[in-house]
Design a protein around this ligand. Structure first.
Ligand SMILES: C[S@@+](CC[C@H](N)C(=O)[O-])C[C@H]1O[C@@H](n2cnc3c(N)ncnc32)[C@H](O)[C@@H]1O
Length: 259
C-alpha cells in the first residue's frame, strides 16, 4: 500500500463519524436519512434514459461507497444484487447500519478500488461518487471497474469538478492551476492525525483515462452546487464565484466501447 493510500485510509477512519453526521444533519428524529441513487431520474444528472432505463434486477457495485447511500438508494430502486466496496472499516460500519435501517439487501465489503474483491463480468452497472480523486493510480481503478462490468455495462463516475477544486473556497480566487500539479494535501480537521490526499485531474484527463480503460463515454454532466436549488446565493457566505462554476463532473460510460 502506498503512503498516500495509507494516509487516506487512516483519514477516512478518523473522519467517518463526523462525515456521516453531515449526511444525517437535516434528518428528523425517526426519519430515514437520505440515500440518493445516481440512477434516480429525479436527481439532477440522474438516470440517463438512453443508457439505463431501469436498474431493477440489475447487478450493481458502488466503488468507494462510504456510508453506503448510493448502494442503499440503488437497492431501493430494485437493483439486485448490490455490493458496496470501501477501504475504510468505519465507513463500512455506517453503510451496514444504513442498509439495516432501510431493510435492503445490500452487501458491503472491504477492498481497494484498484484491487476489487469482485468477480469478472459480474455487474450490469457500477458507480463511484467523490472517491476516485483520492486514487493515485486512476488507470488501475478504471481497469478494475471495467473488469467487473459485463460488456455493455454502465459506469457512472463522479468526482469534484477540477475547476471548482482550483478555487479557494474562502476567497473565491484561483488558488492553484486547473491543470493540476501532483498530489494535494487537505487538512480536514486539526484534531485529526491524518490528512486527505487528492489528485487533481482535468476533465480531459478523466475522459481520456476512461477511454483508455476501454469505456465509451456517452454523457458528461457538470453539476452546479447542489445548494443552489435550496438557497439564494445572495444569502450565502460562500464567494459568488463558487455558484458560477460546476461543483462536480459526472461521466456516463459504457464498458466495451472503442477497441
Ligand atoms: C467522499 S467519500 C464518498 C463516499 C460516498 N460515495 C458518498 O458519496 O458519500 C469517499 C470514500 O472513498 C473511499 N475511498 C477512497 N479511496 C479509496 C480506495 N482507494 N479504495 C476504496 N475506497 C476508497 C473512502 O474511504 C470514502 O469512504
Amino acid at each position: 500500500m502506498t503512503d498516500h493510500r495509507r494516509e487516506n485510509q487512516r483519514l477516512w477512519n478518523e473522519w467517518s463519524d463526523d462525515f456521516q453526521a453531515l449526511w444525517t444533519a437535516d434528518t428528523d428524529e425517526g426519519e430515514l436519512p437520505p440515500a440518493p441513487s445516481p440512477f434516480d431520474p429525479e436527481l439532477p444528472g440522474g438516470r440517463q434514459p438512453a443508457l439505463v432505463r431501469s436498474v431493477e434486477g440489475k447487478a450493481y457495485a458502488e466503488l468507494g461507497c462510504g456510508g453506503g447511500q448510493g448502494s442503499v438508494g440503488t437497492a431501493e430502486l430494485g437493483a439486485e444484487p448490490v455490493v458496496g466496496v470501501d477501504f475504510s472499516g468505519e465507513q463500512l460500519a455506517h453503510a451496514r447500519r444504513l442498509g439495516d435501517r432501510y431493510g435492503v439487501d445490500a452487501q458491503f465489503c472491504k477492498g481497494d478500488v484498484t484491487d476489487l474483491p469482485l468477480a469478472d463480468d459480474r455487474f450490469d452497472v457500477a458507480s463511484s461518487e467523490a472517491a476516485f480523486q483520492m486514487v493515485e493510480d486512476l488507470d488501475a481503478a478504471l481497469a478494475e471497474t471495467h473488469r467487473i462490468l459485463r460488456d455493455g455495462g454502465v459506469f457512472v463516475l463522479s468526482v469534484p469538478h477540477p475547476l471548482n477544486e482550483s478555487l479557494d473556497a474562502e476567497t473565491g480566487r484561483i488558488e492553484r492551476s486547473y491543470f493540476g500539479d501532483g498530489p494535494r494535501t487537505i487538512t480536514i480537521d486539526d484534531s485529526y492525525e491524518s490528512e486527505l490526499v487528492v489528485f487533481d485531474r482535468t476533465v480531459a484527463e478523466l475522459h481520456d483515462a476512461l477511454v483508455d480503460a476501454g469505456f465509451e463515454v456517452r454523457r458528461l454532466v457538470e453539476h452546479q452546487r447542489h445548494e443552489v436549488e435550496q438557497h439564494d446565493p445572495d444569502d450565502s457566505d460562500l464567494p459568488d464565484v463558487l455558484w458560477k462554476v460546476p461543483q462536480s463532473v459526472r461521466f456516463w460510460a459504457v464498458a466495451g466501447g472503442y477497441e
